[in-house]
Design a protein around this ligand. Structure first.
Ligand SMILES: O=C(O)CCC(=O)C(=O)O
Ligand SMILES: [Fe+2]
Length: 347
């Protein structure tokens, strides 16, 4: 999340909505290899697949927090660019997910149009691995900020990945070596604008429930709106959803399906969605910022712990083939968006 400053000028997150209890894991503790902190991260990644990482009191964390504050200001201007500018940089699905996704491009679970826009900037272009994607002039002005945030945030992902590997008694670089930031991948920095919900008919889903495809997602929220499905709950049951209360100085960390695949189902990728911001917050547009890390394109999707995840056939695919397969089956309506992983570790 952003620093406390960004929380000053927004309506408060209400007290009377059901929230998801989450572990708060200190980045300083992870960096100093504190055993209790490391175990807390593993527990969170098995039980829920989500936790908060507290950036405060850590040099890297403080630097990232400052960049997030800047990116929230810049991101708002980018997402509020005139429609004709945004139309000139639209994504080109399924060829490329980079660029703007217009509002209403996808459906929610009620078959109504979604209520958000996003803008994806590819890591490959920012790192110079491939030519930079076409970008509006405003984004060009802030490229150094995006790149610096990406590099710093990737260091947090590396710390989380190394911690989880160690706690699972795997070599420390087990996951990091398959998601090197300078190798081609589908990793993106994403800006999201979910539209305010002033009218009664807006009190519905903004972004359909899903799990993230990749390895680790870092998410910065200021306004509420993110909801997590209670483990064991059914997405169609409204009572099974819990709001996430954004916390100043913390980032939301969640695992994606690739981590489940690599750990034979030990780690968890949990279903979530963007609903509408609760209480008085629904009258304001909601901006969020995320780093969605994907495996390197050529990484093997074989399990690193012996046991394979549910679909053993997937073990023979590269990350790129695996992602295409998943995207196709979702778009054909064959795949059900469900949480996976979270099996107990047997020692
Ligand atoms: O904006 C948010 O809070 C969540 C976004 C999200 O889940 C995603 O982009 O995958
Ligand atoms: Fe997500």
């Amino acid at each position: 999340m952003a620093s406390e400053k960004l929380f000053r000028d927004i309506p408060p997150f209400p007290e009377n909505v059901p929230t998801m209890p989450m572990h708060t894991v200190s980045l300083a503790g992870l960096n100093s290899r504190d055993e209790k902190t490391a175990q807390q991260a593993l527990d969170a990644c098995q039980e829920l697949g989500f936790f908060l990482v507290d950036l405060r009191g850590d040099e890297l964390g403080e630097a990232v927090m400052e960049e997030i504050d800047h990116l929230f200001a810049v991101g708002k201007d980018i997402m509020d660019l005139p429609q004709d500018v945004k139309r000139a940089f639209l994504h080109d699905i399924p060829r490329s997910f980079l660029g703007f996704k217009p509002r209403g491009h996808a459906k929610t679970e009620t078959e109504e149009p979604d209520r958000f826009e996003w803008f994806n900037i590819g890591q490959d272009g920012l790192m110079g691995t491939t030519p930079l994607q076409p970008l509006p002039a405003l984004v060009h002005t802030h490229l150094a900020l995006f790149t610096s945030f990406l590099k710093h945030a990737q260091r947090i992902v590396a710390t989380v990945s190394a911690t989880l590997a160690r706690q699972l008694s795997l070599p420390e670089d087990t996951f990091s070596s398959l998601q090197t930031p300078t190798k081609p991948s589908g990793t993106v920095v994403r800006l999201i604008k979910a539209f305010a919900s002033p009218a009664a008919q807006d009190l519905r889903t903004s972004m359909i429930h899903h799990t993230d495809f990749g390895t680790v997602t870092l998410l910065a929220n200021v306004l509420g709106g993110l909801q997590i499905l209670t483990p064991g709950g059914c997405a169609a049951d409204e009572d099974a959803w819990r709001w996430v209360r954004p916390q100043p100085g913390c980032l939301i960390v969640n695992l994606g399906d690739a981590m489940v695949q690599w750990t034979g189902g030990l780690l968890r990728s949990n279903v979530h969605r963007i609903r509408y911001p609760p209480g008085e917050q629904r009258f304001v547009d909601r901006y969020s910022l995320a780093l969605l890390v994907r495996p390197e394109r050529d990484a093997s999707m074989r399990s690193k712990v012996g046991a394979e995840a549910d679909d053993a056939e997937d073990a023979n695919l590269t990350a790129w083939e695996w992602e295409v397969k998943k995207a196709m089956s979702l778009s054909r309506g064959e795949a059900v968006m469900k949480s996976t992983g979270g099996k107990p570790v047997v020692v």
